[in-house]
Structure formats: C-alpha cells, structure tokens
Design a protein around this ligand. Structure first.
Ligand SMILES: Nc1ncnc2c1ncn2[C@@H]1O[C@H](COP(=O)(O)OP(=O)(O)OP(=O)(O)O)[C@@H](O)[C@H]1O
Ligand SMILES: CC(=O)N[C@H]1[C@@H]2OC[C@@H](O2)[C@@H](O)[C@@H]1O[C@H](C)C(=O)O
Length: 369
C-alpha cells in the first residue's frame, strides 16, 4: 500500500508552480500513473498584481516572520483562485513559492499551505516537495528532472538530450532515454546552470522601470563587456561539480559588475552571462547531447537563444519543436511529481539533487485531515 492507498492507476493530476520570476502562477493537468505520461490537459495562468508581487519581493530571503506569512497568504489565495477553475482532477501538486534556498545551510523555504489548499479545493494536495531531499543531504533542486525523463520517453527520444529551463534561474537536465527508469544510475544528471533572467529583469526594473527585456530588444543594441563576463565565470559556483543548485538572488551582485555600463551593454552582458553559465554547465554532460530543448520564459528571448546557438555544438530549440508547452513544463512537472509522491515513487536521486539515496519527498494532505 502506498500513501494514496492506491496501486498505480492513472490519475488526472493538476500541478501548480509559482516560479522565481514572481510573475504569477502556472497550472496544468497531466494524466499519469507516476511513471509514464499518458496525456496533457487544460492549462491556466494567474498573474500576480503589482501589489502582490511587491509582497513576494519583500519576503525573498525570509525564512519566517510577518513578511513570509504575508507572502504565504498571497500565494495561497492566488492558487485557490486559479486551481478552483479546474474540473475532473484527482490530485493536486502544489509547489508554492520559494522564498529562500540554502541547502547546505538553513535549508529550503517554500511558502504555500497545502493542507489549507486541500480544504479549499476538496482534493488531496501534495506539497512541500523539497524539504525531505535537503534533510537527507540533497540540494532540494532541481526536481523537474524526473518529469524530463518522462517527457523524453513521451517524445520518443532514443539518444541522450538536454532540457534547459530558463526562468529566473537556469537549470539543465541531461537525460539518457535508453534507460528504463529515471532513478537508474546514468539516466539523469541535473543542476542549476546559473542565473538566467533574474539579473536582466532586475536591471530592467532598476534602470527603466520595466519587468523584463521584452524580445531581448535592449540587449540586441548592446555589446557584451568581456571583462565583466570573465569575472562572472570566475565565480566558484561554475567550477563546482554537479549536482548543485542556487537561490534566486545568489548572483544579484552581478548587476554591480555591469553598473558602469550603458543600458544596452549591461543587458547584453547579463544575457551573455546566462548563456555562458549554460555553456559551462554543458561540459559536465557525460556525452554530447543530440539536442538541447529549451523551456521557460528565456526561450522567448531571441538574443539569448542566438547566444546559446552560436556557443553550443548541438541544435538548440524551444520545447515546442517536440510538441511540449514551454510555458507550462514546470507546472506539469509538479502534477507528475505529485502522483509519484502519492504512489511512493522517488522524485530525486543522486544524479538530480546529489542526495545519497532515492528520495520521494512531499507531504500529502487530504480534505478533512
Ligand atoms: N518575450 C520575452 N522576451 C524576453 N524575455 C522573456 C519573454 N517572456 C518571458 N521572458 C523572461 O522569462 C521570465 C519568466 O520565465 P519563467 O516563467 O520561466 O520563470 P519562472 O518559472 O518564474 O522561474 P524559475 O523557473 O526560475 O522558477 C520573465 O521574467 C522574463 O525575464
Ligand atoms: C529552490 C527552487 O525553488 N529552485 C527552483 C529555481 O527555479 C529554477 C531552478 O531554480 C530550479 O532549481 C528550481 O525549480 C525547478 C522547477 C525545479 O525544481 O526543477
């Protein structure tokens, strides 16, 4: 018997993710038995208002206290509003919002109360996905890799490939789809590549009052400052052997490296830092991948995509090239992982978070608990 009291029947799972960009909540349905993807369903998005985003920003780096509690209230309310619009769901995967992440220090902190969400929705909710992995010596992130393995099977991949998520932070998963299961040694290698869009967003906000460099238009007019790029790559993080993970603001001082540059040069240089982190990361792959499939908001930035294409030796394509939805992959991942947790299957392994053994993290809360 497993946590859900069932034995691996297909479930319709609804996953929800509030990412490090703090733009809003993504939600998506996946039909799965916890191993294979059987189909994808409805998706939804609920942006945070400027006021809500301010509350979340103020709480970044907090582990508890009034600011973290206020952020939790915003996150719970936004999820309840969005997820209540979905019908015909068996189980919910609720990632919540990461406020702080220090796996080798204080731990990892996601706000969002899954027990309260279970009452509000009248559905079982799986949440707190990262704590057990960190408690057992893992990085607690990235957790999407087990889902990436299932995606590789879903698209019929036969050769090793990489998924690259370009959100606020970047993370990459190397998948060998010739193996049967994600927990098999060699099936997965995953880690955070470095900052992705967060420094560019912060620069745009500070200098131009804009949330992002839409279409890479500002970076496209600039020149990359090679000296700043070299200083960035000298950060010890890049020499560390994976698995490894980052907090959103671990590289916030990067903006200081471009502080003297004009807006366009600063944007171009921060964008190049993201691409350079990926290039460094690719060197850790056990074999050259046949292709790199890009997910997350950064794939909408043509300047960033071109920087990746010119520096990498394999085709670089958005995940839409294989019929996946790059705006929803993380929400789908937490739908998939919720079913794995409910069925007692692992959600991380030494190759994904560096944890010493297989871990099936996550708490299951049912309405009425
Ligand atoms: N059209 C666009 N042009 C340029 N950048 C874009 C565009 N659309 C999205 N982005 C970038 O992608 C970011 C959002 O990415 P995404 O939604 O994948 O992040 P997230 O899921 O919050 O982060 P993480 O994966 O780190 O948790 C935006 O903040 C912006 O920087
Ligand atoms: C601690 C935390 O929330 N990490 C996020 C963040 O955003 C991207 C990257 O850093 C990744 O490691 C992770 O999210 C994805 C969904 C993951 O766990 O796979």
């Amino acid at each position: 018997m497993n946590k859900a009291g069932k034995t691996g029947a297909p479930l319709r799972a609804l996953g929800a993710m509030s990412g490090t960009s703090l733009d809003g909540v993504d939600a998506a349905v996946v039909e799965t038995d916890g191993r294979r993807i059987l189909g994808f369903g409805k998706t939804g998005y609920r942006p945070y208002s400027a006021e809500e985003r301010g509350v979340l920003h103020a709480a970044l780096g907090q582990w508890s206290g009034p600011e973290a509690e206020a952020a939790g209230d915003v996150v719970d309310a936004a999820h309840a509003a969005l997820l209540s619009q979905f019908d015909d769901v068996d189980i919910v995967g609720y990632h919540g919002q990461t406020l702080a992440h220090e796996p080798r220090g204080r731990g990892t902190c996601q706000v969002g109360d899954g027990a309260a969400l279970a009452q509000a929705l009248g559905l079982p909710v799986v949440w707190d996905f990262r704590t057990d992995d960190v408690a057992l010596g893992g990085e607690g992130a990235p957790l999407a890799p087990f889902f990436h393995f299932a995606c590789a099977k879903w698209i019929g991949a036969t050769e090793p490939l990489c998924f690259l998520n370009l959100g606020g932070v970047g993370n990459i998963t190397y998948v060998d789809p010739s193996l049967e299961a994600p927990e098999q040694p060699g099936a997965l290698l995953a880690f955070d590549t470095g900052p992705a869009n967060a420094p560019v967003n912060d620069l745009m906000q500070a200098r131009l009052g804009l949330p992002m460099d839409e279409g890479g238009q500002v970076a496209a007019r600039g020149q990359v400052e090679e000296g700043a790029l070299e200083l960035f790559l000298a950060e010890p993080y890049f020499a560390r052997i994976p698995p490894k993970s980052l907090d959103r603001n671990d590289f916030s001082e990067m903006i200081g490296l471009v502080g003297e540059l004009a807006d366009a040069d600063a944007a171009a240089t921060l964008t190049a830092m993201c691409a350079a982190g990926v290039l460094q990361g690719m060197e850790h792959c056990p074999c050259p991948p046949a292709r790199l499939l890009v997910t997350g908001g950064g794939r909408h930035n043509p300047v960033l995509m071109e920087m990746l294409r010119v520096s990498l030796d394999c085709p670089v394509e958005p995940v839409e090239a294989v019929g996946l939805d790059g705006d929803m992959l993380e929400a789908q991942a937490f739908a998939y992982l919720a079913v794995r947790v409910a069925y007692g299957l692992p959600t991380s392994c030494p190759g994904t978070t560096g944890v010493g053994a297989l871990v099936g993290g996550g708490v299951v809360s049912r309405p009425g608990d």
